[in-house]
Design a protein around this ligand. Structure first.
Ligand code: MN3
Length: 277
């Protein structure tokens, strides 16, 4: 009786079919989650992982197509005459600031690196991103003067006689999304510039999380030291404004918006997005 039942059972095609489905499902369930795991881990699990961060870090900041050379460092010419930014900065200040102050950062950096051919072959950006790799006896000099060279190189470019007005392009939308409005952004930026005690800079950066952020830095520090990309920055050292504005830093900060080069700011914002991806 039992034997007959078993034989009948084995003769049922539907049972073979169901067993087949069960077996296939079991096999699938026992497989590692290939698709999900691959999509998450491949970028970090492959050998590329060790080189990718370095490649990202080596991307230029001062110029679109090259990093800032330290072999030797050179003073870039102003992209406009000394008196071109009178809406915000007088010609005398521009001349002293560029020809004397910026030149001295360049000279001091070159002097510090004179006996350091290995360091001369690195970019200013690369040194500032990895200051611990700089010999201790010249580290502060490289930080202050490499930073000074980078900061001012950016600064001259993000101003223009045709500048000012409302922001244009993608940065305009992103500023509105992040800060609510251009006026709210300006207010927050000016406050951060006023709050920097002593000498330093106020910046709009893209932080390592990819968000726009307003930060200020002391002395000649640049946001790349903290892994952020500097999109635009204003110099709040007294040498940047004292001849015309004396102690009225707030007035300088307000007037400075009349010369902001939104085309260049947009180009830098675009570069900062690529840096993130
Ligand atoms: Mn300066």
């Amino acid at each position: 009786m039992l034997k007959t039942w078993k034989i009948n059972l084995l003769r049922q095609p539907i049972l073979w079919f169901l067993s087949g489905i069960l077996l296939v499902n079991l096999l699938i369930a026992c497989q590692p989650q290939q698709v999900t795991t691959d999509s998450i881990t491949t970028p970090t699990a492959t050998p590329i992982q060790t080189t990718t961060p370095a490649t990202v870090q080596e991307r230029p900041v001062a110029y679109p197509d090259r990093q800032l050379s330290a072999n030797p460092a050179q003073l870039p010419p102003l992209p406009y005459p000394n008196n071109a930014l009178e809406k915000a900065i007088d010609a005398n200040t521009m001349q002293l600031h560029h020809d004397r102050h910026h030149q001295s950062y360049v000279d001091n950096l070159n002097n510090a690196l004179k006996q350091q051919p290995d360091l001369q072959s690195r970019s200013v950006e690369a040194m500032l991103r990895d200051l611990n790799s700089i010999p201790e006896d010249i580290r502060t000099t490289v930080r202050n003067n490499g930073g000074g060279h980078l900061n001012h190189t950016i600064f001259w470019q993000i101003m223009s006689p045709q500048g000012g007005g409302q922001p244009t392009g993608e940065i305009a939308q992103e500023i509105n999304q992040t800060f609510g409005s251009f006026d709210a952004f300006k207010k927050q930026f000016n406050e951060a510039g006023s709050d920097r005690f002593g000498s330093g800079w106020v910046w709009l950066v893209r932080n390592p999380q990819g968000q726009l952020q307003i930060v200020n830095t002391a002395n000649q520090d640049n946001p790349i030291m903290e892994g952020s990309y500097p999109i635009m920055g204003n110099d709040v050292w007294e040498h940047a404004y004292y001849l015309r504005y004396q102690n009225r830093r707030a007035d300088y900060l307000n007037n400075w918006w009349n010369v902001v080069n939104w085309n260049e700011v947009n180009r830098r914002a675009q570069a900062s997005r690529q840096q993130q991806s």
